[in-house]
Design a protein around this ligand. Structure first.
Ligand SMILES: Nc1ncnc2c1ncn2[C@@H]1O[C@H](COP(=O)(O)OP(=O)(O)OP(=O)(O)O)[C@@H](O)[C@H]1O
Length: 243
């Protein structure tokens, strides 16, 4: 098992708020790992720290053998880490195609843009149909696809996915999860933040449960699904595993 991402004893503060309190986790090459936890647990903060958008006060992040803890965000992207943020942050006044192209350039991956875009369109045929449409007029689900597609334009080794199912109707959630499974099958390693624990654990091989900045539990998807620590970690308990 080759380790792709290693996070060790990470501490992050926002002013006096101690958002991550010594978080450690690992993601092996080719794995899908779920990061679960209630609102405010620190999931987004962890992804933003890995991406270089938030600076830790303490701890280390490695990509393969390389320490990336203090690298600027664009260098981390260039090393193969792409982040599809929560909340569908697409460029609303640009077309779908322009958003995707920008995904490649912003991330410094200029060669083979056409080919990569074709790959993204194969994963999300709906985006191909809408390629000339302004991103701001897409439905919520389509914007979510575009946010993921844009991250994929960097041809990442590691894809950080923040709440891909947020606000989507159940059928669309299934469809997004199927596509994420296909992306994983094609060799992209994925760290997946999800409120929808059941769906995430169906897809992932392993998972971590975060509560208020601390890892409460970790294990195989089957272990986490069977135990009650995932439920305990969510404020609304039952909803996490019964949805
Ligand atoms: N920019 C910020 N300034 C101050 N506090 C912040 C900031 N961003 C996040 N926090 C705080 O850090 C903690 C972790 O937030 P984070 O967004 O990482 O949680 P999360 O697990 O992703 O939650 P959610 O599922 O609601 O997105 C929360 O208490 C939050 O209020």
């Amino acid at each position: 098992m080759t380790r792709l991402l290693t996070v060790t004893d990470l501490h992050v503060y926002y002013g006096s708020v101690h958002a991550l309190k010594g978080v450690s986790l690992e993601v092996a090459e080719g794995e899908v790992v779920a990061l679960l936890g209630a609102n405010g647990a620190g999931k987004t903060t962890l992804l933003r720290t890995i991406s270089g958008l938030v600076r830790p006060r303490q701890g280390e992040i490695r990509l393969g053998d390389r320490v990336i803890t203090h690298l600027p965000a664009h260098e981390i992207v260039a090393l193969g880490v792409a982040h599809a943020p929560e909340g569908r942050r697409v460029f609303g006044t640009l077309t779908v195609e322009e958003n995707l192209t920008l995904g490649a350039y912003v991330r410094g991956a200029t060669p083979e843009v056409e080919e990569t875009r074709a790959w993204v369109y194969d994963l999300f045929p709906r985006l191909r149909e809408r390629r000339r449409q302004m991103a701001g007029t897409l439905s919520g689900g389509e914007q979510q696809m575009l946010a993921i597609g844009r991250a994929l334009m960097a041809r990442p080794r590691l894809l950080l996915l923040d709440e891909p199912s947020l606000g989507l109707a159940p059928l669309l959630v299934q469809s997004i999860f199927r596509t994420i499974a296909e992306i994983a099958r094609q060799g992209v390693t994925i760290l997946l933040v999800e409120q929808n624990a059941r769906a995430a654990l169906r897809l992932a091989q392993r998972g971590y449960v975060l509560t208020t900045g601390t890892i409460l539990a970790s294990g195989s998807a089957a272990e986490l699904m069977a135990g009650d620590r995932v439920k305990a970690a969510y404020l609304s308990g039952r909803s996490a595993l019964t949805s």
